[in-house]
Design a protein around this ligand. Structure first.
Ligand code: HEM
Ligand code: HEM
Length: 195
């Protein structure tokens, strides 16, 4: 099993990172929408938001590792020779946007939660702060937050989530099209890691 990417397949670190993060991010999108819009019990919602922040921190850590690994491995599997130019461009643009969004999601979430007056000194005991699995507190760039700033950042977090979901739908449709219609190795080289 090769760790490095080759011309025909992704190495195991790239594949493990891709699929572990895919699972976590899809769950975060669904769960985030649910807790934000459909949970009325404030105590239950508070606990869900704390879990959401913790998992989001893990996603951020993995995203940084993933980008570092990708930059350290500039060689990536080549696209099929007969692929039209617009599809090559679409794949590059959408992958770049996906990388940007998996960083923008946790960063905007963290900024929103930090801006919240609930996260300011003296507002509440430490349990309500931006704790990661109750272990440590995330830095707070807004020691004196405001409701307006929190709302603006919530809108940004929401807009990033919707954009991510839309690109993801195209990304999944493209992967399935390659596998079942074109019958090429695009999906296989990201799953089994072979041509
Ligand atoms: C949140 C979920 C996901 C994210 C953020 C994501 C992100 C990415 C990114 C950034 C790449 C480009 C890798 C690179 O060129 O550096 C990629 C490749 C790929 N993704 Fe996803 N992905 C997700 C879910 C999925 C799902 C559900 C599928 C399949 C149904 C899938 C199938 C693929 C395949 C086949 C490739 C390889 C493309 C190639 O070899 O050229 N992804 N993904
Ligand atoms: C992969 C990373 C993340 C994804 C995909 C994600 C996704 C979402 C989604 C879809 C919502 C619902 C937005 C709405 O309908 O208005 C949401 C809300 C929220 N997220 Fe995230 N999020 C991520 C990371 C984070 C992080 C790291 C934090 C904080 C440290 C965070 C804090 C919040 C908060 C405070 C809310 C609003 C809860 C409320 O309505 O009061 N998120 N997130």
């Amino acid at each position: 099993m090769s760790a490095m990417n080759t011309e025909t397949a992704w190495g195991w670190p790239a594949r493990v990172l891709h699929w572990v993060m895919a699972l976590m991010i899809v769950m975060m999108l669904g769960f985030g929408t649910y807790m934000s819009n459909f949970v009325t019990d404030l105590v239950a919602q508070f606990q869900m938001v704390q879990q959401h922040k913790s998992v989001g921190f893990v996603v951020f850590t993995l995203a940084v590792l993933r980008v570092i690994w990708r930059l350290a491995n500039p060689r990536t599997p080549v696209l099929p020779a007969d692929m039209p130019g617009w599809q090559r461009s679409a794949s590059h643009v959408s992958h770049l946007l996906l990388y940007i969004l998996i960083l923008a999601m946790p960063i905007s979430g963290w900024l929103m939660a930090s801006a919240s007056p609930l996260n300011d000194a003296g507002a509440y005991p430490t349990q309500i702060k931006n704790m990661v699995f109750g272990l440590f507190e995330l830095p707070d760039p807004f020691p004196q937050g405001s409701k307006d700033l929190t709302e603006a950042l919530h809108t940004a977090h929401w807009a990033f989530a919707m954009t991510l979901a839309a690109i993801l739908a195209i990304h999944i449709a493209a992967a399935l099209k390659h596998h079942f219609i074109d019958r090429d190795s695009i999906l296989r080289r990201m799953t089994l890691g072979r041509d």
